[in-house]
Design a protein around this ligand. Structure first.
Ligand SMILES: Nc1ncnc2c1ncn2[C@@H]1O[C@H](COP(=O)(O)OP(=O)(O)OP(=O)(O)O)[C@@H](O)[C@H]1O
Length: 247
């Protein structure tokens, strides 16, 4: 088991109960989509897993380690194993594509080496090979600020993979893209994580995309888990139920 979420609840300081007693296990190599109406807790769930936020109750086990009880240095080590892809790409816009991909290795470097941008030949070779996988080699020395959204997200994928994560968390990776580019990004993502055997959890608004690309779908509504099954088990009726009181 790679990840085990046990009875997790999250109450924000303002009183919002964003997650209510959520439990599920994730096996190595699974591709899981998390769907649900806006405000149902999808981002909160992802941010809890890599400890960007603290949960209020329950436990999260990553490779059998309870991440709630880890010390700061141990959390850094766990974070290294968990890659993130964001809706807003989170690239350093003024830097080049290849520099952004190399940033995926920052968690493995001393602060000085990171600041000075010192990377081994091996790392540089690898960064180029990941750029090749997302068909971005010809943009390697272009500034990220000059790229389209779809191109930026391809860099985001290469950077996340450069980190050599065991688990990849994608928070609405295609929400800012047009439908055709969105599918293109999902194609790259699915192909790469399948080839590299990386476990993937993706928050999505698009049910059709979730069904097309995932092995398994988890649905949240008002912080509760209301569906967790194989993608093909998600019927039209169930989709209606999941989105029944969309704001
Ligand atoms: N930092 C915060 N402080 C207080 N409440 C928050 C915070 N972040 C999120 N919430 C609330 O928690 C609930 C769940 O939010 P979350 O962003 O996890 O949902 P979501 O399903 O990802 O939504 P969306 O699809 O719109 O991104 C919402 O009611 C939201 O307003």
């Amino acid at each position: 088991m790679l990840l085990s979420i046990k009875n997790v609840s999250k109450k924000y300081n303002n009183g919002t109960n964003a997650l209510k007693n959520i439990s599920f296990d994730v096996e190595k190599g699974e591709f899981i989509s998390v769907i649900g109406p806006s405000g149902s807790g999808k981002s909160t769930l992802l941010r809890s897993i890599n400890k960007m936020i603290d949960i209020s109750q329950g436990s999260i086990l990553f490779e059998d380690k309870n991440i709630e009880s880890l010390k700061k240095t141990q959390i850094e080590l766990v974070r290294r194993e968990i890659g993130m892809i964001f809706q807003s790409y989170n690239l350093v816009e003024r830097l080049t594509v290849i520099e952004n991909v190399l940033h995926g290795r920052l968690g493995y470097k001393s602060i000085i080496a990171g600041i000075l941008g010192i990377y081994s030949e091996e790392e540089k070779k690898e960064a180029f090979s990941f750029l090749e996988r997302v068909n971005m080699t010809k943009y390697a020395y272009q500034k990220c600020s000059e790229l389209s959204g779809g191109q930026k997200q391809r860099v985001g994928i290469a950077r996340a993979i450069m980190q050599k994560p065991k688990l990849l968390l994608c928070d609405e990776p295609i929400a800012s893209l047009d439908p055709k580019t969105a599918e293109n990004i999902m194609d790259y993502l699915k192909k790469i994580v399948t080839e590299l055997k990386i476990t993937c959890i993706v928050n999505l608004h698009q049910v059709d995309i979730a069904k097309k690309y995932s092995d398994r779908i988890i649905a949240l509504n008002k912080g509760e888990k209301i569906f967790d099954d194989k993608a093909e088990k998600l019927t039209e009726k169930m989709v209606e139920f999941i989105y029944k009181d969309q704001e």
